[in-house]
Design a protein around this ligand. Sequence first.
Ligand code: HEM
Length: 179
Amino acid sequence: ISFQKNKKNLTATRSTEEKQTLLQQIVLQIDEPSLQRQIQMISLTKEDLFISYKLKPYIEEKIDEIVNAFYASFESEQALITIINTYSSVDKLKTTLSKHFIKLFNGQFTQEDVARIRRIAHIHVKIGLEAKWYMAAFQPLLSKIIEAIEPHFQTKHELLNAIQSCTKLFSLEQQIVLE
Ligand code: HEM
Protein backbone atom coordinates (compact mmCIF):
# COMPACT_ATOMS: atom_id res chain seq x y z
CA ILE A 1 0.00 0.00 0.00
CA SER A 2 1.27 3.43 -0.76
CA PHE A 3 0.86 6.05 1.92
CA GLN A 4 2.52 8.83 -0.05
CA LYS A 5 -0.66 10.80 -0.60
CA ASN A 6 -1.60 10.65 3.05
CA LYS A 7 1.82 11.62 4.22
CA LYS A 8 1.49 14.71 2.11
CA ASN A 9 -1.94 15.48 3.55
CA LEU A 10 -0.68 15.10 7.07
CA THR A 11 2.32 17.32 6.58
CA ALA A 12 0.19 19.89 4.83
CA THR A 13 -1.95 20.43 7.91
CA ARG A 14 0.90 21.33 10.28
CA SER A 15 4.45 22.48 9.80
CA THR A 16 6.28 22.33 13.10
CA GLU A 17 8.76 19.97 14.71
CA GLU A 18 6.02 18.97 17.08
CA LYS A 19 4.10 17.65 14.12
CA GLN A 20 7.07 15.60 12.94
CA THR A 21 7.33 14.04 16.38
CA LEU A 22 3.63 13.26 16.28
CA LEU A 23 3.86 11.76 12.82
CA GLN A 24 6.61 9.39 13.89
CA GLN A 25 4.18 7.81 16.28
CA ILE A 26 1.69 7.05 13.54
CA VAL A 27 2.23 3.55 12.20
CA LEU A 28 0.16 1.50 9.79
CA GLN A 29 2.10 -1.70 9.25
CA ILE A 30 0.16 -4.67 7.98
CA ASP A 31 1.94 -7.52 6.17
CA GLU A 32 -0.95 -9.82 5.34
CA PRO A 33 -2.09 -9.23 1.74
CA SER A 34 -5.75 -9.88 2.51
CA LEU A 35 -5.80 -7.41 5.37
CA GLN A 36 -3.97 -4.89 3.22
CA ARG A 37 -6.74 -5.17 0.65
CA GLN A 38 -9.43 -4.83 3.31
CA ILE A 39 -7.70 -1.71 4.61
CA GLN A 40 -7.63 -0.32 1.11
CA MET A 41 -11.28 -1.17 0.59
CA ILE A 42 -12.39 0.86 3.62
CA SER A 43 -9.84 3.60 2.80
CA LEU A 44 -8.19 3.42 6.19
CA THR A 45 -5.02 5.49 5.99
CA LYS A 46 -2.37 6.93 8.26
CA GLU A 47 -4.43 10.10 8.18
CA ASP A 48 -7.21 8.23 10.01
CA LEU A 49 -4.75 6.90 12.57
CA PHE A 50 -3.44 10.42 13.05
CA ILE A 51 -6.95 11.76 13.58
CA SER A 52 -7.82 8.95 16.00
CA TYR A 53 -4.64 9.59 17.94
CA LYS A 54 -5.73 13.17 18.42
CA LEU A 55 -9.06 11.91 19.75
CA LYS A 56 -7.42 9.75 22.37
CA PRO A 57 -7.57 12.30 25.24
CA TYR A 58 -11.30 12.82 24.63
CA ILE A 59 -11.86 9.07 24.73
CA GLU A 60 -9.79 8.68 27.88
CA GLU A 61 -11.72 11.46 29.53
CA LYS A 62 -15.03 9.66 28.94
CA ILE A 63 -13.88 6.06 29.09
CA ASP A 64 -15.99 5.18 32.13
CA GLU A 65 -19.15 6.44 30.47
CA ILE A 66 -18.28 4.67 27.23
CA VAL A 67 -17.66 1.35 28.90
CA ASN A 68 -20.71 1.70 31.18
CA ALA A 69 -22.93 2.28 28.15
CA PHE A 70 -21.45 -0.83 26.57
CA TYR A 71 -22.47 -3.05 29.50
CA ALA A 72 -25.80 -1.26 30.02
CA SER A 73 -26.70 -2.07 26.42
CA PHE A 74 -26.96 -5.79 27.08
CA GLU A 75 -28.32 -5.67 30.60
CA SER A 76 -31.64 -7.05 29.42
CA GLU A 77 -29.98 -9.98 27.63
CA GLN A 78 -29.87 -12.46 30.49
CA ALA A 79 -27.83 -14.96 28.45
CA LEU A 80 -25.02 -12.42 28.08
CA ILE A 81 -25.05 -11.53 31.76
CA THR A 82 -24.85 -15.24 32.56
CA ILE A 83 -21.82 -15.63 30.28
CA ILE A 84 -20.10 -12.70 31.99
CA ASN A 85 -20.80 -13.97 35.49
CA THR A 86 -19.70 -17.48 34.57
CA TYR A 87 -16.33 -16.46 33.17
CA SER A 88 -15.61 -13.10 34.73
CA SER A 89 -17.39 -10.09 36.22
CA VAL A 90 -18.59 -6.77 34.85
CA ASP A 91 -16.14 -4.88 37.09
CA LYS A 92 -13.17 -6.90 35.87
CA LEU A 93 -14.21 -6.61 32.24
CA LYS A 94 -14.67 -2.86 32.50
CA THR A 95 -10.96 -2.51 33.19
CA THR A 96 -9.82 -4.82 30.38
CA LEU A 97 -12.24 -3.32 27.89
CA SER A 98 -11.09 0.22 28.76
CA LYS A 99 -7.46 -0.73 28.13
CA HIS A 100 -8.22 -2.52 24.90
CA PHE A 101 -10.32 0.31 23.69
CA ILE A 102 -7.87 3.11 24.42
CA LYS A 103 -5.23 1.10 22.51
CA LEU A 104 -7.37 1.44 19.39
CA PHE A 105 -6.66 5.18 19.55
CA ASN A 106 -2.89 4.82 19.80
CA GLY A 107 -2.24 6.09 16.31
CA GLN A 108 -0.88 2.69 15.37
CA PHE A 109 -2.26 -0.37 13.68
CA THR A 110 0.21 -3.18 13.23
CA GLN A 111 0.30 -6.97 13.07
CA GLU A 112 0.63 -6.86 16.84
CA ASP A 113 -2.80 -5.26 17.08
CA VAL A 114 -4.18 -7.80 14.65
CA ALA A 115 -2.79 -10.61 16.81
CA ARG A 116 -4.25 -9.04 19.94
CA ILE A 117 -7.70 -8.59 18.37
CA ARG A 118 -7.63 -12.19 17.11
CA ARG A 119 -6.70 -13.41 20.56
CA ILE A 120 -9.55 -11.47 22.15
CA ALA A 121 -11.98 -12.71 19.49
CA HIS A 122 -10.88 -16.26 20.19
CA ILE A 123 -11.59 -15.81 23.90
CA HIS A 124 -15.16 -14.86 22.99
CA VAL A 125 -15.54 -17.93 20.79
CA LYS A 126 -14.38 -20.07 23.70
CA ILE A 127 -16.97 -18.60 26.08
CA GLY A 128 -19.70 -19.27 23.50
CA LEU A 129 -20.56 -15.68 22.65
CA GLU A 130 -22.41 -15.59 19.35
CA ALA A 131 -20.92 -13.29 16.71
CA LYS A 132 -24.17 -11.35 16.35
CA TRP A 133 -23.93 -10.20 19.99
CA TYR A 134 -20.26 -9.39 19.64
CA MET A 135 -21.06 -7.24 16.61
CA ALA A 136 -24.07 -5.61 18.27
CA ALA A 137 -21.89 -4.60 21.21
CA PHE A 138 -19.78 -2.35 18.99
CA GLN A 139 -22.69 -0.01 18.30
CA PRO A 140 -23.20 1.47 21.80
CA LEU A 141 -19.44 1.91 21.99
CA LEU A 142 -19.37 3.83 18.73
CA SER A 143 -22.40 5.92 19.68
CA LYS A 144 -20.79 6.91 22.96
CA ILE A 145 -17.54 7.76 21.23
CA ILE A 146 -19.29 10.06 18.82
CA GLU A 147 -20.97 11.74 21.78
CA ALA A 148 -17.64 12.06 23.57
CA ILE A 149 -15.78 13.70 20.70
CA GLU A 150 -18.56 15.90 19.33
CA PRO A 151 -18.12 18.87 21.72
CA HIS A 152 -14.44 19.18 20.71
CA PHE A 153 -15.09 20.17 17.10
CA GLN A 154 -15.92 23.57 15.72
CA THR A 155 -16.67 22.54 12.18
CA LYS A 156 -18.94 19.91 10.75
CA HIS A 157 -16.19 18.92 8.33
CA GLU A 158 -13.68 18.10 11.07
CA LEU A 159 -16.25 16.26 13.13
CA LEU A 160 -17.27 14.24 10.11
CA ASN A 161 -13.65 13.30 9.44
CA ALA A 162 -13.19 12.21 13.03
CA ILE A 163 -16.33 10.07 12.97
CA GLN A 164 -15.22 8.53 9.67
CA SER A 165 -11.86 7.59 11.17
CA CYS A 166 -13.51 6.00 14.20
CA THR A 167 -15.93 3.97 12.11
CA LYS A 168 -13.09 2.73 9.90
CA LEU A 169 -11.14 1.53 12.93
CA PHE A 170 -14.22 -0.21 14.27
CA SER A 171 -14.89 -1.76 10.90
CA LEU A 172 -11.37 -3.14 10.71
CA GLU A 173 -11.59 -4.59 14.21
CA GLN A 174 -14.93 -6.19 13.32
CA GLN A 175 -13.51 -7.65 10.13
CA ILE A 176 -10.71 -9.25 12.11
CA VAL A 177 -13.13 -10.56 14.75
CA LEU A 178 -15.29 -12.18 12.06
CA GLU A 179 -12.42 -13.95 10.26
C1 HEM B 1 -13.14 -10.62 27.69
C2 HEM B 1 -13.44 -6.96 24.56
C3 HEM B 1 -18.05 -8.09 23.69
C4 HEM B 1 -17.94 -11.10 27.46
C5 HEM B 1 -12.83 -9.52 26.93
C6 HEM B 1 -11.54 -8.89 26.90
C7 HEM B 1 -11.62 -7.86 26.03
C8 HEM B 1 -12.97 -7.84 25.51
C9 HEM B 1 -10.52 -6.88 25.67
C10 HEM B 1 -10.31 -9.31 27.72
C11 HEM B 1 -9.54 -10.35 26.98
C12 HEM B 1 -8.30 -10.77 27.78
O1 HEM B 1 -8.45 -11.48 28.78
O2 HEM B 1 -7.21 -10.36 27.40
C13 HEM B 1 -14.69 -7.01 24.00
C14 HEM B 1 -15.12 -6.19 22.88
C15 HEM B 1 -16.42 -6.52 22.62
C16 HEM B 1 -16.80 -7.54 23.60
C17 HEM B 1 -14.26 -5.16 22.16
C18 HEM B 1 -17.36 -5.99 21.59
C19 HEM B 1 -17.31 -4.77 21.11
C20 HEM B 1 -18.45 -8.91 24.69
C21 HEM B 1 -19.82 -9.29 24.96
C22 HEM B 1 -19.80 -10.13 26.01
C23 HEM B 1 -18.41 -10.30 26.43
C24 HEM B 1 -21.05 -8.83 24.17
C25 HEM B 1 -21.03 -10.77 26.61
C26 HEM B 1 -21.11 -11.92 27.16
C27 HEM B 1 -16.64 -11.27 27.81
C28 HEM B 1 -16.17 -12.20 28.85
C29 HEM B 1 -14.78 -12.08 28.90
C30 HEM B 1 -14.42 -11.07 27.91
C31 HEM B 1 -17.03 -13.11 29.72
C32 HEM B 1 -13.81 -12.80 29.84
C33 HEM B 1 -13.40 -14.12 29.25
C34 HEM B 1 -12.39 -14.84 30.12
O3 HEM B 1 -11.64 -14.17 30.86
O4 HEM B 1 -12.36 -16.07 30.07
N1 HEM B 1 -13.67 -8.87 26.09
N2 HEM B 1 -15.72 -7.81 24.39
N3 HEM B 1 -17.62 -9.53 25.59
N4 HEM B 1 -15.55 -10.63 27.27
FE1 HEM B 1 -15.66 -9.24 25.83
